[in-house]
Design a protein around this ligand. Structure first.
Ligand SMILES: Cc1ncc(COP(=O)(O)O)c(C=O)c1O
Ligand SMILES: N[C@@H](CCOP(=O)(O)O)C(=O)O
Length: 419
């Protein structure tokens, strides 16, 4: 199976262009990477992955940010706003409180547009330029649209975004709007938006830059590479587990691919690959359902609801890549309540780390799995926080404390403080 951790490095097909090609994860059909626009396999419609004739070792990486990892990417440089190189924060109080050996927070909210999507877009927009496409498009719960709008405008390209009406946080709409995207508010959920944008892309109306696009996931691989390098530098070992929020399951797929490539390059032992552990909100947990039921496929949830609007997704398109990622690494998936998500948002804020609700799901999930004894107390864990607090100011204000009105004089303020 091509997605197995022990899969060998494939032979280079005639379709490869400078050592890069696209390969179907199911039937193995290969395609030239840049001679045509395609998102899925022409033969069986399954997902595609980018493959390389030569896989880099850690020694090949130089520089900072996403493009430090150029040897693991299809190009040497992209349409960049200095994405990546995000902090891997220590959180001693939270580490103690949850009760694990080590807990670090990889805060992707510190990217240029405030989420991990920037890592995918720097590569995806570069590929769009290579393909010579016109308009760029995505469906979005908010962050993808903000990143697409910013990177599209950086690349001098038109962008179109489809958003579920009334379900996107204010900061994200503001970003897409100011960066010049044409914004369509759809009377339906994210999955309906993605269905439409896939059809538009199929009709040649736009180039799709959701995570169904295999090139976007190449950029997101660099999250995993940065986490591993950070742990190796600080502890001389990789983390036992990486806990991450799951929506469309792009990151789960991308991190798994990063680790598979390191195994194939002889840089990581199969037994050392971090356990990928996905967290979803209870009201939008199709991946958790599939993992719990041992199912090969994810059942689409038509009705989804959670205050973590970024992961309000019922049909994770990358499930065929992400399910093997969780299973082959010995990870798991867990659903958490909206209340637990808000509590975790407060916990992180108490360590000075401001995240949007979906991001806090990772910490809520770790806490739950630790309490259930599924995560051991001697584990070294990295939690991924995917988006910045300011993305969703309403959720932050609701989770925080109320401002107190006081009169405009010192005595009045003192009286209020003492009262
Ligand atoms: C803030 C945030 N966290 C998590 C996710 C889920 O990531 P993925 O779709 O890669 O599973 C998304 C979007 O899907 C997001 O915007
Ligand atoms: N949370 C995402 C949902 C779309 O995911 P994508 O990774 O497939 O683009 C968003 O921000 O829109």
């Amino acid at each position: 199976m091509s997605l197995s951790l022990s899969a060998d490095q494939p032979d280079v097909p005639a379709t490869a262009d400078e050592g890069v090609w696209l390969e179907c994860i199911d039937c193995g059909e290969t395609f030239a990477p840049f001679d045509d626009v395609r998102y899925t396999c022409d033969d069986c419609d399954s997902l595609l992955e980018v493959r390389y004739a030569d896989l880099p070792t850690f020694d090949d990486f130089e520089g900072e940010g996403v493009w430090r990892y150029a040897d693991a990417l299809p190009f040497d440089a992209g349409v960049s706003i200095q994405e990546g190189a995000t902090p891997l924060y220590e959180v001693p109080r939270l580490e103690d409180d949850i009760g694990v050996e080590t807990l670090r927070i990889k805060h992707e909210g510190m990217n240029p547009t405030g989420s991990f999507k920037d890592r995918g877009m720097t590569v995806g927009v570069r590929v769009a330029k290579e393909l010579g496409v016109g308009r760029l498009a995505c469906a979005s719960t908010g962050n993808t649209s903000a990143a697409l709008a910013a990177y599209g405008s950086r690349g001098g390209m038109q962008t179109l975004v489809l958003l579920p009406a009334g379900k996107v946080a204010a900061g994200k709409i503001a970003q897409a709007s100011l960066h010049g995207a044409r914004i369509l508010e759809v009377d339906g959920n994210f999955d309906a938006c993605l269905d439409i944008v896939q059809e538009l892309a199929g009709q040649g109306e736009a180039y799709l830059l959701n995570s169904l696009n295999p090139f976007r996931l190449e950029g997101q691989k660099t999250i995993g590479l940065e986490i591993l390098e950070g742990f190796l530098a600080d502890y001389d070992t990789v983390p036992d587990r990486i806990v991450l929020p799951v929506g469309n399951a792009g990151n789960t797929s991308a991190l798994y691919k990063a680790f598979r490539e390191l195994v194939q390059a002889g840089e990581l032992e199969e037994s050392d690959v971090p356990k990928l552990t996905g967290v979803q909100a209870e009201g939008a947990a199709p991946m958790v359902e599939a993992i719990e039921n041992g199912a090969d496929e994810v059942r689409r949830w038509e009705e989804v609801e959670t205050r973590a609007t970024a992961i309000r997704i019922g049909n994770p398109v990358n499930a065929p890549k992400a399910l093997p990622g969780i299973r082959e690494t010995g990870g798991t998936a867990v659903a958490v309540s909206d209340e637990a998500i808000t509590e975790a948002q407060r916990d992180l804020a108490g360590e000075g780390i401001g995240v949007e609700p979906a991001s806090a799901a990772s910490v809520a999930g770790l806490r739950k799995l630790r309490a259930e004894g599924i995560v051991d107390d001697d584990e070294r864990v990295a939690c991924l926080t995917t988006g910045h607090l300011l993305k969703d100011p309403d959720a932050a204000a609701a989770a925080g404390s109320e401002p107190e009105p006081v009169p405009a004089d010192t005595d009045g303020v003192l009286e209020h403080l003492q009262g």
